[in-house]
Design a protein around this ligand. Structure first.
Ligand code: FAD
Length: 478
């Protein structure tokens, strides 16, 4: 089957499933312009999947916006530096159960079954090509080069979404599919303020490693991205790369297989609050192990060095070099790279500045978690079962209205629902919950109108000629 045959099959599959039936949500009007039912901020895999899931459930008055240019959404062709995805090739999710929309179907249509069987892991660029195709074949409504700067709640359950450029957009619900750092920000340790910006970068930034050919680079952090970046720098000609880790061991245990094998990726949201808190604390403490492939690729270079149990205590610039102070003494490098992960906290998001103080956090709960108490977990938002923010004061209905129409479909959902909005392993569960949550909210908000309209409903769906059965009143009386 060629790609065009596959596309014809998809069209047929969608038709078979009655895809494309009219919108079920009541339209809203506003003097300032069109009101979208759902505005999805972020056109990466989560945003695209959310759009398809909403369209499939007949919520069609939607728009996806993304700050990046078309085809460069998410990390894949921007700052990710691993050669392949870290996850197994078989993972599905974006297809919503339609086999012809899977990565495998797309891959086989181009390269054949044998190539699929020989494929070990999906290459980063193939994954991005698949996402571009997915968006195009489903004709998803995406507007690129459009950054949200502010989400302003208006009376009447509508948000005004301000943009970096152009007129604001209006929407009843806003889904923040803004990526793994989209619920907070990449973490840059305070000590880095002592160093001029051109002497360091976070792994989430574009880095021209070619510029550091023949130089010494220090990387801080021991997660997967540290090794991706070490390998990339050495491949690009760096003379030496030292990876510094506070831990004495590289993370080797990922809880994801356990969560998956025990059905917890799907059902994490049903656990009680205390368990969810403790399990997330452990998840964050274990960290994300590097892939064997990227570790081996880095370690194969003679210039690679690993410094276990060696945190940075301070940094400063000395004669254009980076001086790093560690428990082992002072060391000098040409450039520093931070693989220091991210912090989730709605108060860090500029687009939430008008509402972030109204958002309930896990730290606002009165939970007895003993030694598991963690500032990292505490700053995550405490979401509703429907995926939306909840009010810091549960008795304040105005506060609830201001935040309850915003759905952070990103790493913020970790404590509530595990990884359902932060990767492929559980995306399908997340999409189902998100769409059900949105649909329930629309119903709840429109229910009085629907109820009254239902009782007054008198549209005929059929017409019968019963005239010959109708007896005259006289005949009846007689
Ligand atoms: C380096 C790296 C490797 C990963 N590898 C894997 C892997 O192998 N397997 C796996 O399952 N997961 C992996 N993940 C985790 C996760 O799957 C990815 O982060 C994935 O990109 C998440 O998809 P997303 O759509 O949620 O976010 P993203 O793909 O990050 O997309 C978010 C989009 O939101 C846009 N955006 C953000 N803020 C705004 C704004 N204010 N206005 C408008 N647009 C905005 C951005 O431009 C971006 O395009 C990896 C993550 C990273 C960082």
């Amino acid at each position: 089957m060629s790609l065009s045959d596959l596309e014809a099959k998809i069209a047929h599959d969608l038709e078979t499933l009655n895809y494309g039936r009219p919108n079920i949500v009541r339209p809203r009007t506003h003097p300032d312009g069109h009101v979208y039912d759902v505005l999805i901020v972020g056109g990466g895999q989560s945003g695209l999947g959310a759009a398809f899931a909403l369209l499939s459930e007949r919520m069609t008055n939607i728009l996806v916006i993304d700050a990046n240019p078309e085809g460069f959404e998410g990390p894949w062709e921007t700052y990710a530096r691993m050669r392949t995805l870290r996850t197994p090739k078989q993972l599905t999710g974006l297809d919503l159960g339609i086999p012809s929309l899977t990565f495998r179907a797309w891959y086989e249509a181009q390269y054949g079954l044998e190539a699929w069987e020989e494929l070990d892991k999906i290459s980063r660029s193939e994954w991005m090509r698949y996402l571009r195709w997915y968006r195009q074949v489903l004709e998803l409504p995406v507007r690129n080069d459009t950054r949200t700067t502010q989400i302003e709640p208006l009376p009447g359950g509508i948000y005004r979404v301000h943009l970096e450029k152009g007129a604001p957009l209006l929407a009843r619900k806003v889904v923040l599919a803004t990526g793994i750092q989209g619920g907070g920000e990449w973490h840059i340790p305070e000590m880095m303020k002592a160093l001029p910006r051109h002497l360091y970068a976070h792994t989430s930034e574009m880095i021209d490693f070619g510029a550091w050919r023949g130089k010494r680079i220090a990387i801080l952090g021991g997660g997967a991205s540290a090794f991706d970046n070490a390998a990339t720098a050495l491949d690009a000609g760096a003379d030496e790369v030292q990876v510094f880790m506070r831990r004495r061991e590289i993370p080797q245990v990922s809880p994801i297989p356990f969560l998956d094998q025990n059905g917890l990726l799907a059902r994490f949201g049903s656990l009680d609050d205390r368990m969810r808190y403790i399990m997330t604390e452990q998840f964050l403490r274990l960290g994300q192990p590097p892939t064997n492939d990227m570790f081996d690729r880095a370690a194969a270079h003679p210039g690679f060095g690993l410094r276990l149990g060696c945190p940075w205590n301070g940094v400063r610039e000395i004669d254009g070099k980076v001086e790093i102070s560690t428990p082992e003494g002072l060391e000098y490098f040409d450039f520093a790279v931070l693989s220091t992960g991210l912090v989730t906290d709605p108060r860090l998001r500029p687009e939430l500045s008008l509402v972030s103080d109204k958002i309930r956090l896990w730290g606002d709960l009165d939970l007895d978690v003993g030694e598991y108490k963690s500032a990292l977990v505490d700053s995550h938002p405490y979401l509703s079962p429907a995926f939306s923010y909840t009010a810091k004061d549960p008795n304040d209905s105005a506060m609830a209205a201001a935040v309850g129409g915003i759905f952070p479909f990103n790493f913020s959902a970790l404590v509530n629902f595990s990884l359902v909005a932060s990767g492929l392993a559980a995306l399908s569960y997340g999409l189902k919950r998100l769409v059900a949550g949105l649909s329930d909210q629309f119903l709840r908000e429109d229910v009085n109108e629907l109820f009254a309209d239902y009782l007054a409903y008198d549209e005929k769906t059929c017409e019968f000629d019963v005239s010959r059965f109708v007896r005259s009143p006289q005949a009846v009386d007689g």
